[in-house]
Design a protein around this ligand. Structure first.
Ligand code: FE2
Length: 427
């Protein structure tokens, strides 16, 4: 007897008519026409069933604060950082937790069951760290939350930041962060990358740095990050986030850089909604898009994942935790409209994110965690096109969120027709 069987699913790799049987929180069989019975069955005929969405880059301490104490008028990264520093003294543990739990519920409703969030450690009281460590434990049955110790105001630039960052790691923050382009000089930026990678090595932790989030083509800290990753034997455990300066770099230099990133085994995370909004703000026309070279990184064999980065915070006033909106933005801004490329962007918000976060038990293989999302769409490309309802969100074999199919009824003269924008409406 199984706990749950999904019937007739289409999988992201294109297999159709698949049953997925779950028992004791794990996937125990994936095949056509599984004979076993289950306590609960879900008819997923023709529906895309995917492992959960993964948000590889977020700021949960700042989310849902939009408008407090004021709005970012210039829309720039630097005004956002200034605004956040005005907001920080007002943070209270209970209030941060309340917002964090609310955004986790949004994420769960959207089938996003793993989030890597940066948490600002440039606060003598580490309020956000304390709050999100509690949230990480409280939400664990439903969602995997990874915390990155993020020195928002600069590891070398902010007073006593080394002490604060280490204290956050001592308390149990999972990953070492950084922001080399925000240090006072290029040399300090490189020194911060080196120091932070060494801390991660000593502690056996992963690294995820905001790296070169600027339009300055000379911001080349990713080169140092790749070098340190290789020097310290951290391949597969280090992520360069944003990497927007690569958009503006000289092509000749990039032709050297891409193989170095690939060779080092660095993961790349782009945040298309935020990059397109924040970068190029000093340009007149033409305006740079600021998205890193996603297509070219993938062509060089680099694992590229995508992040939401912001929802209603000092940097971004929109968002409702829709990772398919993020994938769709990457498709558009990165001009990745080929079928294979669109599938790659679906992977960038699912399996590639799991790889960057080093998640265990992720996937649709037998033995993986029974964490699944049933979409009101037939395949990954349709999912990106429609950003469809998450009909069922399953965690460890149990349904934790449900949305009824979204169907319009069109009444013309002689006929009444359901429309759900799938190729063949079946709802
Ligand atoms: Fe970020």
């Amino acid at each position: 007897m199984m706990d749950l069987i999904l019937r007739g699913a289409t999988l992201p790799d294109g297999r159709t008519g698949q049953d997925i049987a779950c028992r004791d929180g794990k996937i125990v069989e994936v095949a056509q026409g599984i004979a076993a019975e289950a306590a609960q069955e879900i008819d997923a005929t023709g529906r895309l069933v995917t492992p959960p969405f993964v948000d590889s880059h977020f700021h949960m301490d700042a989310t849902l604060t939009f408008g407090f104490p004021r709005v970012n008028e210039s829309g720039t990264l630097l005004e956002g950082i200034q605004l956040w520093s005005e907001l920080k003294p007002h943070l209270k543990i209970d209030e941060v937790k309340k917002r964090a739990h609310e955004i986790c519920r949004w994420a769960i409703a959207q089938g996003t069951l793993a989030i890597r969030t940066h948490v600002d450690v440039c606060d003598p009281d580490l309020i956000a760290v304390e709050a999100l460590l509690e949230v990480r434990e409280e939400i664990k049955p439903y969602l995997d939350l990874q915390l990155v110790a993020f020195p928002q105001d600069g590891y070398l630039r902010y007073p006593r930041c080394d002490e604060l960052l280490n204290r956050a790691l001592d308390k149990g923050v999972d990953v070492v962060g950084g922001i080399p382009h925000f240090e006072r000089t290029m040399a300090d930026g490189a020194a911060s990358v080196r120091a932070l990678c060494e801390i991660a090595t000593e502690r056996g932790l992963m690294v995820d740095m905001h790296c070169d989030e600027t339009d300055d083509p000379m911001s080349r800290h990713v080169e140092t990050l790749a070098f340190e990753t290789q020097r310290l034997g951290l391949a597969g455990r280090v992520t360069g986030s944003h990497l927007t300066s690569m958009h503006s770099m000289d092509n000749y230099y990039v032709s050297k850089l891409l193989p170095l990133i690939a060779e080092a085994g660095l993961h790349a995370v782009a945040n298309p909604n935020i990059n397109i909004t924040i970068q190029g703000r000093h340009d007149t026309y033409p305006k740079r898009r600021g998205l890193t070279r996603v297509k070219e990184l993938l062509e060089h064999g680099v694992n590229v994942a995508l992040g939401q980065d912001c929802v209603m915070d000092p940097w971004y006033s929109l968002g409702h935790y829709e990772m398919l909106d993020v994938a769709s933005m990457a498709v558009h801004v990165g001009q990745m409209t080929g079928i294979h490329q669109m599938k790659q962007m679906f992977a960038a918000v699912t399996e590639n994110g799991a790889k960057a976060l080093n998640l265990e038990g992720y996937g649709l293989e037998v033995g993986c965690n029974a964490d699944l999302v049933v979409l009101q769409a037939g395949d990954p490309v349709e999912a990106i096109r429609l950003k469809p309802a998450r009909l069922f969100v399953v965690r460890r074999g149990r349904v934790i969120a449900e949305t009824p199919p979204v169907v319009s009824t069109v009444r013309l003269e002689n006929e009444t027709t359901p429309v759900d924008f799938t190729r063949l409406t079946k709802s």
